[in-house]
Ligand binder design. Sequence first.
Ligand code: TRP
Length: 445
Amino acid sequence: MAANIVPDEPGQPPKLTQDTLANGAPKKIAADQVVNPFEVSGGVDEAGKALAIDFDKIVRDFGATPMSPEILQRFERVTGKTPHRLMRRGMVSSHRDLDKMLDRYEKGEPFYLYTGRGPSSDSMHVGHAMPFELTRFLQEAFDCPLVIMLTDDEKFMHSEKITIEDAKRYSLENSKDIIAMGFDPKKTFIFSDFEFVSGAFYENICMIAKHITINQIKGTFGFDDSTNIGKFHFPATQSATAYATSFPHIFGPDKLKTRNIPCLIPCAIDQDPYFRQCRDRAEKMKHKKPALLHMIFLPALQGPGSKMSASVNTSAIFLSDKPNEIKNKVNKYAFSGGQDTAEKQRELGGRTEVDVPYQYLTFFLEDDTELERIKQDYESGKMMTGEIKAICIKYLQEFVAKFQERRKQGKTAEEVMNELEERKKLEKAMKKAQISGDKTANAAA
Ligand code: TRP
């Protein structure tokens, strides 16, 4: 970015200082940014400083479409709903084929939502909750079926430590958190891979696996010859959920019809490699390409350019944190863009671009006018660091408290799993009916 050089006197060239020169110089990069499901880093400059993730680069390199005011206006026109704050404020940074889903919605043609989580720990943090919060809103806006996949098999394959039992337990625990995000229970199907891979779903997994070569997976995910083969195979599983034919119990058994029902996938940007693969071969397999909404990460307490980590307690606010824990973490660890002293703060103001409490408010505070007022007061030095932290704490506590309330009222894990069993039975019964139906048809012919 060009340095912001202002002439000292009108008509005179600006004075160059060390500072402006340094700002104007292109950054020398020592390590490039990496964003894939297994590694997320903005890269490192020559001085060893971690760089923020460049989301535009992802749009440039991988051909996603940046979100635009036009498509947000169209979303509002078509659904009659103000776009969610995560959409209004750029956290949904890009998309693939959202316009096509809006076309379908306008014409009353069906589609479904698909999202998921890799259950790698017992507890989820507020960063994990953001794509689910967006999905909840989209389900309300489109009033459509939603499928939520828990990839316990993926986490088992990718971790040295996680056992199958661990992964299944994480699935169960996480499913309770996810359900408490507030989806329409009548239109939501949540499953764990270890429990659900079978039947039509497994048939699709195999069909997709047959279309993918080792070379393609190596190129997309950076695996090599010493990577276990489970990792090579798993992308077929994640892709199969993007085909409606995997879920006859939801969409019916007629594959010729259901293969024309596409899905819209809200996900964190690091999941894009999976779905690029999927989109590349969907049409060859006579299915519709999935559409995507990409989200950026909620930064860790330590600052922009990072993401919350479930294994680093001080980096994240957990959905199970008590009000006091939230307060202490924000006060103690949240990276501040404020000045060192109150005097300097009044003179120079706070830097909202790097201030974590302000960044969090953009994710959690709904009221646009209130957010703008906070921004102006903080940047102008009217508001102190302690004050913006206190406001941030209030909204985080509110979000987490509402979540915990729903979680308390929600289903137990046993109920969730029983429901899954019921669904499996239903699917089997439907399949049986179909087979005997086919037989009758043959006999008639
Ligand atoms: N692989 C994802 C993870 O590790 C889980 C996942 C599966 C997912 N399907 C998805 C996430 C669809 C978003 C959308 O978290």
